[in-house]
Design a protein around this ligand. Sequence first.
Ligand SMILES: Nc1nc2c(ncn2[C@@H]2O[C@H](COP(=O)(O)OP(=O)(O)O)[C@@H](O)[C@H]2O)c(=O)[nH]1
Ligand SMILES: [Mg+2]
Length: 302
Amino acid sequence: MLKRVKEALSKTRQRWREGLGTLLRGRKAIDVDLLEPLEEILLSADLGARMVQRLISGLRDRLGRHERSDPSRLNDFLKSELLAFLKKIESPLKASGPVPFVVMMVGVNGVGKTTTIGKLAMKFNKEGRSVMLVAGDTFRAAAIEQLGIWGQRVGCPVIKHQSGSDPSAVIFDGLSAAKARKSEVVIVDTAGRMHTKFNLMEELKKMKRVMDKALPGSPHETLLVLDATTGQNAVSQAKQFHEAIGVTGVVLTKLDGTAKGGVVVAVAEELGIPVKLVGVGEGLDDLEDFSAEDFVEGLLGE
Ligand SMILES: Nc1nc2c(ncn2[C@@H]2O[C@H](COP(=O)(O)OP(=O)(O)O)[C@@H](O)[C@H]2O)c(=O)[nH]1
Ligand SMILES: [Mg+2]
C-alpha cells in the first residue's frame, strides 16, 4: 500500500527533494535566510499558502529559540508537522451502520467520479458486501452506459433511467430498490457540474432532499471527488460544493502522474474535510484508503 501512494507521489517528491537539495547544498546550519526560498519550494508542491505559512512560522519559531538543528533535520521537522496535521483529517470510508448505506458522489466534470464508483463497488464487493449503483448522471447517455459497464465488471446491479430524465427520479427509484432488495451499500453517481453554476448546485440539493425522503438520513456520505492535477483550483471547488451541500469527505484522484499532490493538504487546511480515498490509476484496484503516514512519506520522504 505504501508503495502505491509513494509511487503515485513520486513526481511531487522528486521536485521537493531536488529543491531541498539545492537549497541545503554546502550548508552547515539552517538560517532564517533559508525560509524564503524554502517557502517557494513548498508552495510549488501545492500544499497551499496557509499550510506553507504554518510550516514556515514553525521553523521561524524554532530558529528564534536557537534550535539550530543541522540541515539534515529540516526534512524531519517538516514531515512531523505535516503528519500531525494530516492525522487529523485521516478518516477511511467505513460505510457501516445504516443499511442500505448510501454514498453520493459529486464533483466537476472529468474528475473521476464514475471511475471511483467502479473501484469502490469492487472494494465493497471483495469485502463480501452487496452493492447497488444508481446512474444519477442522466445528462449523457454515455455516462449511464459507462456506469453500466462498471456494474457488469463488478457484478452488481445498476439502476438507471433514460438519458435526459430527472436525476432525482432515478435516485428515488434506486434507493427504493436498494431498500427492497436489502442492498448493503448504494453508490449514487451524479453529473459533473461546475461549482460556480448556481442551478446545478441547486439540483444537487434537490437530489439530497429526495434521498432523505426515500431513505431518511441518507446520503450517509457525500464524497467530493477532486482531481489532483488541477492544483489549487481544487480548493475553490471544495469550498463551493461544501457550502452548497455539505461534503463529508474527499476523494483525491489521479495522484499518479501529477506533481501537484499536495493539494489535498490545502483542501484539508481550508475546510477541515476528511480525506477518505486516493485514486492512483485507471484500473479497478487503483483505489486506496487515505493514510496520513503514507501521504507524508510520499510527499517528503526519501
Ligand atoms: N490516472 C488516473 N486516471 C483516472 C483516475 N481516476 C479516473 N481517471 C480517469 O479520468 C477520466 C475521467 O473519469 P470519469 O470517471 O469518467 O470522470 P467523471 O466525469 O467525474 O465521472 C477517465 O479517463 C478515467 O480513467 C486516477 O486515479 N488516475
Ligand atoms: Mg461520470
